[in-house]
Design a protein around this ligand. Structure first.
Ligand code: NAD
Length: 331
């Protein structure tokens, strides 16, 4: 039976992957992340499945090639963790899961907006220590507020639709315009600086690439409204976290919701509750009441996990049977 190595396997995804496999392949579940020293574990596997936390850099791809791995499928939409030009050079084919549930991530982004705006975490903590006072819990209505959506692809479109229901004024910045969002939800595409100037809430939904790295930085933070809310469920490096911390301290940024962090790799998905962490920026953010941090789990719904597993196994199947696959990223 053809062997497939599944790197960075989490307990929560195993049953979904086993069901999707339908006993077609021998799945080798590896808890360790893919890295230069764990590539050897793929010995005898024609294909491997990875996650965003795996290192699929040039060095690692060369080691995988030595082990005769021909296909790498990522159990994610984003593939900025994979060195595509080197994969192309080595003849390793790559596929992703472009659309497993934009609703999972879009709803998480909106959940963060509401939790921050209505001080839900603080309120819950107070109630559980029998403090039922509400003087410090004043929020604001999302109704009639201006929300700037940076990136109106699959996830940004879901956020647009949900916030239209809340009665928000919707601005967007994207290199491509979605006419349906303009006509159906009154979304208005504007330059990035105008979006920054006019929005009370800004939410990020672009991929990470050379054009979007640090798309939120001190220059455009300076022109934002005082007390603006910033939500990032996309990729950590879209925001310059150190500059955002400075703006949080001065009150320029009023709220930050982040499901992703630019230095999340050694931390997220691991339990450091006994040892603590050594990350001064994240530690500073964790101490702020107006900052809500989740550890990259916007995707974590039953529906999304089923779709990720089904599409991952389908990607593997297409590669093994040499069938054409619209989700293949390189030739
Ligand atoms: P998508 O490809 O459907 O949409 C991305 C949008 O960004 C497109 O409309 C594109 O035109 C726009 N864009 C690209 N480059 C741009 C630029 N330079 N300036 C402005 N706009 C630009 O992607 P999606 O499915 O909506 O996902 C968006 C991102 O969300 C993914 O790339 C991934 O990084 C992230 N994501 C996070 C999680 C999570 O669990 N937190 C899960 C899935 C995806």
């Amino acid at each position: 039976m053809t062997k497939i190595a599944i790197y960075s396997t989490h307990a929560f995804e195993k049953p979904y992957l086993l069901t999707a496999n339908q006993q077609r392949y021998e799945l080798i579940f590896i808890e360790e992340a893919l890295a230069a020293d764990t590539a050897i574990l793929a010995k005898g596997c024609k294909a491997i499945a990875v996650f965003t936390s795996d290192d699929v850099s040039a060095e690692v791809l060369k080691k995988l090639k030595d082990e005769e791995v021909s296909f790498v499928v990522t159990r994610s939409a984003g593939y900025d963790h994979i060195d595509l030009p080197v994969a192309q050079e080595l003849g390793i084919r790559i596929a992703n899961v472009p659309e497993y549930s934009p609703h999972a991530i879009g709803e998480h982004a909106v959940a963060m907006m509401l939790a921050l705006d209505r001080h839900l975490i603080k309120s819950d903590k107070k109630v559980k220590r029998h403090d039922f006072t509400i003087n410090d819990l004043i929020g604001f209505n999302l109704h009639y507020k201006t929300v700037g959506i940076i990136g109106t692809g699959r996830i940004g479109a879901v956020v647009c639709k949900i916030l239209f229901g809340f009665g928000c004024r919707l601005l967007a910045y994207d290199i491509k315009q979605n006419e349906m969002l303009i006509s159906k939800y009154g979304l208005q595409y504007v330059p990035l600086d105008q979006l920054c100037r006019e929005s009370e809430v800004i939410t990020l939904h672009t991929p990470l690439n050379e054009h979007t790295t640090y798309i939120i930085n001190k220059e455009n933070i300076n022109i934002m409204k005082d007390g603006v809310m910033l939500i990032n469920t996309s990729r950590g490096k879209l925001i310059n976290t150190a500059e955002v911390v400075t703006a949080l301290k001065s009150g320029k940024i009023g709220y930050l919701g982040m499901d992703v962090y630019e230095k999340e790799k050694p931390l997220f998905f691991h339990d450091y509750s006994k040892t603590g962490i050594n990350d001064p920026i994240l530690t500073e953010l964790m101490e702020m009441d107006n900052v809500l941090i989740t550890a990259h789990h916007a995707f974590l719904t039953n529906e999304a996990l089923k779709n990720i597993a089904d599409t991952t196994l389908d990607n593997i199947h297409c590669f093994i049977l040499n069938q054409s696959n619209p989700r293949q990223i390189n030739d």
